[in-house]
Design a protein around this ligand. Structure first.
Ligand SMILES: Nc1ncnc2c1ncn2[C@@H]1O[C@H](COP(=O)(O)OP(=O)(O)OP(=O)(O)O)[C@@H](O)[C@H]1O
Ligand SMILES: [Mg+2]
Length: 230
């Protein structure tokens, strides 16, 4: 059994994972300190999304363990801290056809069926959501449908949702892919800037220049193994 937490926000110890008979991760080790921003890079299909899902507790390692904020994933302890982890999937997971504000407010009631959402939020939630949208520079678009927003604006909605969630860990899967370089840099800066709010950030990234400019450490996933890039 693993020892009690050694003071890292996220820790992976000898993690193995396969889909059926296809091995994806073959002994991944990682330690991320509180308030660090780290990037995971690697070619398409190598298992970056899989790795993030394992950290988020969505997938379970077949061997080894993952500890997030002191709790081992897939335990009661981990389940009790779900709200403290924000996971922005590769496709963002926005509710299309609904407004930016609505999508941000989902941070306050993520598991409620949509038809029960109306009237669920209080005045405080609304003003906090608007403040989160202001922080990401989207206060003028609060009422816009997310499917009518640009790629960069949609990323900002997803980040505002993580801000409203008051998450301590942000897991972001390719948050700046498919954006022009200037917009990608704005988003990377915004996201990594959340470290000042105490967030620990793990992001899957592709652009080497942007990644080395903004992230504390870069890891490369290759052949099922994660190595720190030097
Ligand atoms: N649910 C699944 N069942 C079976 N195989 C899967 C499943 N999800 C992903 N895979 C396979 O596992 C491998 C790793 O997928 P993953 O999505 O983690 O890669 P990735 O590094 O995030 O790729 P990309 O950069 O294209 O997003 C791929 O070969 C993929 O086809
Ligand atoms: Mg992926």
């Amino acid at each position: 059994m693993p020892e009690p937490s050694a003071g890292h926000a996220v820790e992976l110890n000898d993690v193995f994972f396969s889909y059926g008979s296809t091995r994806i991760l073959s002994g991944v080790n990682l330690k991320v300190g509180y308030g660090e921003a780290i990037a995971i890079m690697g070619r398409s299909g190598v298992g970056k999304t899989t790795l993030l899902k394992i950290i988020a507790g969505i997938l379970k390692p077949e061997k080894g363990y993952v500890r997030v904020l002191g709790c081992i994933t897939n335990t009661g302890c981990f389940n009790s801290l779900r709200g403290r982890i924000a996971y922005i999937p590769q496709n963002l997971g926005l509710v299309e056809g609904e407004s930016a504000l609505y999508n941000v407010l989902l941070a306050k009631a993520p598991s409620k069926p949509l038809r029960f959402m109306a009237g669920l939020w209080g005045r405080d939630d609304l003003s906090e959501a608007l403040e989160a949208l202001r922080m990401v520079g989207l206060d003028g678009k609060a009422k816009s449908r997310v499917d009518r927003l640009s790629g960069g604006e949609r990323q900002r909605v997803a980040i505002a949702r993580a801000i409203l969630q008051r998450a301590e860990i942000l897991l972001a899967d390719e948050p700046v892919s498919n954006l022009d370089l200037d917009t990608a840099e704005d988003i990377a800066k915004l996201m990594v800037g959340l470290k000042s709010k105490g967030l620990t950030i793990i992001a899957v990234m592709h652009d080497k220049w942007l990644t080395s400019k903004y992230f504390d450490k870069i890891y490369l996933l290759d052949g099922g193994i994660l190595r720190e890039a030097v």
